[in-house]
Design a protein around this ligand. Structure first.
Ligand code: MRU
Length: 354
């Protein structure tokens, strides 16, 4: 495999051959170490999602699909009702790991539907169907990312400067990624983009993951601190912003990594198109607007201590650490999914994603 393919087709989440484990690439160790983890217990799975060892909305969904399958296989039940009750306990536990990315509950709901719709079958047969479903979730994500990349690429020109925030590359999905997909697909086709990657405080997904993936793929990437985005836009170095999404409400309001809405506001000021890219599984029509999206709050230590040798703030200082923000739909030029490019008004263009 050449370097580019190694990036676009990275093996980040996989069902173990024993069907009793999920193997993930530990994203918290990158870029220093390429370390794989074997997850077996409910706690392993919860911790991997909560601690962002596996992260990025689609990758979380894929991991949860495999996770609930391996847990379902451990259930010793006398009958269907026993099995379903235990299944729901595991399902609720995994679902509680992170609230904002809809893909987590979306994947778990898909798996639960299989159990509900086949209640008349033997548990052994239900398990076979669950295996098929979790494999399908991953396989469909690969196809979706490919289609998103094609649509995204159709909006870009060779030589464009691109700004991205957080990480929405292959590591965050199954293949290619969403926001980084068009850039990697373009690279395959001999196009050159000049990418500015926001480092993405406080967990540095841009520095640790996006710049790692793009550099490895041979894409020209320049790492900047989040507060430098305005200057590179003002300098005329950015022709489009591409970001991923964790949940898109019916009116197009989009939750994504904290700092995304600031990028969108800057892009509007400098008249730069701001594109959101994501699979249709990220669209949640049950949320009317961004106001209905729960935003995950995380530990102050991520701001004060993590990644530093010494604490960078007084021990007792108050901290506010929301992991996501909502970009207002009025700031979004288009939402790019595997089904096509949605333009405003989003209440109409997203309406068929129910
Ligand atoms: O907290 P994270 O790293 O899981 O946040 C990830 C993002 O915000 C991504 O942009 C989003 O999940 C899309 S990944 C294709």
């Amino acid at each position: 495999m050449n370097e580019l393919k190694q990036v676009t087709h990275i093996d980040n989440v996989k069902l173990g051959e024993d069907k009793a484990s999920v193997r993930i690439l530990d994203q918290t160790q990158l870029p220093a170490k390429t370390e794989y983890l074997t997850l077996r217990t409910p706690e392993d799975l919860y911790d991997a999602i909560f601690e962002l060892k596996v992260r990025g909305a689609p990758a979380i969904g894929i991991c949860a699909g495999f996770g609930i399958y391996i847990l379902a296989r451990t259930i010793e039940a006398r009958n269907y009702d026993d099995f379903y009750r235990r299944f729901c306990e595991y399902r609720r536990y995994l679902d509680s790991a992170r609230p904002t990315a809809v893909n987590l509950s979306w994947a778990l709901n898909r798996m639960e539907r299989v159990v509900i719709e086949h209640r008349e079958l033997e548990v052994a047969r239900i398990l076979e169907l669950l295996e098929r479903e979790c494999m399908a979730i991953q396989h469909e994500d690969q196809e979706m990312c490919h289609a998103i990349s094609e649509y995204g690429l159709s909006l870009l020109k060779d030589g464009d400067g691109i700004l991205t925030h957080c990480n929405a590359g292959p590591l965050a999905t199954s293949q290619y990624g969403t926001a980084l997909g068009p850039l990697l697909l373009g690279k395959e086709r001999g196009m050159e983009f000049h990418v500015f990657a926001d480092e993405t405080r406080p967990l540095l997904q841009g520095a640790r993951l996006t710049s790692y993936e793009l550099q490895k793929a041979g894409v020209d990437v320049t790492l900047i601190c989040d507060n430098m985005a305005s200057l590179v836009m003002k300098n005329g170095w950015v022709q489009a912003c591409l970001v991923g999404c964790d949940r898109v409400a019916a009116n197009g309001d989009t939750a994504n990594k904290i700092g995304t809405s600031g990028v969108a506001i800057l892009a509007r000021h400098y008249r730069i198109p701001f594109y959101v890219l994501g699979p249709s599984s990220t669209i949640d029509l049950s949320r009317k607007t961004g106001e209905d999206i729960e935003i995950e709050l995380r530990s102050p230590d991520e701001i004060k201590k993590k990644f530093y040798q010494h604490p960078m703030a007084p021990e007792e200082v108050k901290c506010y650490n929301p992991a996501f923000d909502v970009t207002d739909h009025t700031l979004i030029t288009a939402i790019i999914t595997e089904r096509g490019i949605c333009y405003p008004p989003y209440t109409e263009s997203l309406a068929s994603f129910g």
